[in-house]
Design a protein around this ligand. Structure first.
Ligand code: AMP
Length: 230
């Protein structure tokens, strides 16, 4: 990934573009997004039941206690689950964790034990918190989310990943890169990489580590950036 590519990901406010068309177009040809009609999947969806989610995921969402999607959930989940690269910007406390947790659960194939979604967070606490939210929302699904972060046993992470069936990894960049380098975490089946607190993550020290990880991902991997500020 080049930084330009990340920065050119259209924001939700501007609308989004299908991945296949994105590659074919040059920047010159791009029209301002405001000229275009809103796409079907970038419209506001006011109910979780209208998002086309898997029944067991929907069950998990309601069992978790969510009744209606928050504003960012109404706008961001659909574009993400339809495979677009998305930047979602919303203040803290507005339900961003559930945006990408629900999306990650929807994107994965439960029957496959491959690691399919990678969620990166700047702190161990956040990575662990995200893992718990994913696992709770996916309570009725056959899903395993593992938290990989510094400060916890590397051996246990390697063991968990080698045992297989870890479909979602929630981690901090340093540990995740370490696991990829050691061939413990196989990135070749990753459908999506989600970067939480993207402003912080693409600034300062994490940027290099995120590039290092990105270099191992298949070209088709979808990228989602979540941030309170950009
Ligand atoms: P976050 O912005 O992800 O840190 O979420 C802030 C709080 O809002 C957390 O306690 C979430 O559990 C809660 N929350 C997120 N989405 C919803 C929703 N759709 N309905 C009710 N509470 C929610």
């Amino acid at each position: 990934m080049s930084i330009e590519k990340v920065e050119r990901i259209p924001s939700l406010a501007q609308g989004t573009m299908p991945k296949d068309k994105k590659e074919k177009r040059s920047r010159k040809e791009e029209k301002p997004y405001s000229d275009k009609k809103p796409r079907k999947d970038s419209t506001v969806v006011k109910s979780f039941s209208d998002m086309g989610l898997k029944p067991d995921l929907l069950k998990g969402i309601y069992a978790y206690g969510f009744e209606r999607p928050s504003a960012i959930q109404q706008r961001a989940i659909r574009p993400i689950i339809s495979g677009r690269d998305v930047i979602a910007q919303s203040q803290s406390g507005t339900g961003k964790t559930a945006v990408f947790s629900i999306s990650a659960l929807q994107l994965l194939k439960e029957k496959s034990g491959n690691t399919q979604v990678l969620i990166l967070s700047p702190t161990r606490e956040l990575a662990e918190q995200t893992q718990k939210v994913v696992q709770a929302l996916g309570d009725f699904m056959n899903v395993k989310c593992h938290a990989c972060m510094g400060g916890k046993s590397l051996g246990l992470d390697i063991k968990a990943l080698e045992q297989g069936a870890v479909q979602i990894v929630s981690g901090t960049p340093g540990r995740v890169f370490d696991l990829i380098r050691r061939n413990a975490l196989n990135p070749s089946n990753l459908k999506a990489m989600i970067i939480d607190e993207a402003d912080e993550m693409l600034d300062k020290g994490f940027k290099e580590q995120i590039y290092d990880i990105y270099r191992f991902l298949p070209a088709s991997t979808q990228v989602v950036l979540m941030s309170a500020t950009l």
